[in-house]
Write a new protein. Structure first.
Length: 158
């Protein structure tokens, strides 16, 4: 009987600190959940939600074609957050068509196809690439790069 009590005590001594430590690094929220929350925040026109999901130094780029040349255009994240916050609720709807996440330690990379709608009207489609870092507050997006086109949209992100 004493052996069982010792075994249970040892188990609790090991498991309780491990559980507390796991909670401190917010493993309960996966990169996929953060990404879904990001697009939910866009649909809700809630820039404050988006701010909780990104790092202060996040970068936002689009890779596109201009006059036959491939270009990378940067977007200021504060302007993006302002435009999301000022949009009518439900106007900005980015539907993911696929999502693949790879994790190595505190780094996650996500690749996803999407179709973007302004209200009920199709606007464009493409692929998003997001990089996330695990912080004390949980996973945070620190880089977003997207492509944009109107056709073809089938098989994006595959």
């Amino acid at each position: 009987m004493d052996f069982n009590k010792q075994l249970i005590t040892l188990f609790l001594i090991v498991m309780i600190p491990a559980t507390i430590l796991a909670g401190a690094v917010s493993d309960n929220e996966s990169p996929s959940q953060v990404i879904e929350s990001f697009f939910d925040g866009m649909r809700a026109s809630d820039g404050d939600i988006l701010k909780t999901l990104i790092t202060d130094d996040i970068t936002l780029h689009t890779v596109t074609q201009r006059e036959g040349e491939t270009v990378r255009a940067a977007t200021d994240m504060s302007r993006f957050l302002e435009s999301v916050s000022n949009a009518p609720v439900g106007l900005l709807n980015e539907e993911l068509t696929s999502l693949e996440v790879h994790i190595d330690g505190d780094l996650a990379t996500a690749w996803m196809g999407y179709k973007f709608f302004r209200g009920d009207e199709f606007s464009h489609c493409g692929v998003n690439s997001m990089n996330l870092i695990r912080t004390a507050e949980g996973w945070k997006i620190f880089s977003i790069v997207d492509t944009r086109r109107t056709d073809p949209c089938d098989g994006l992100g595959e």
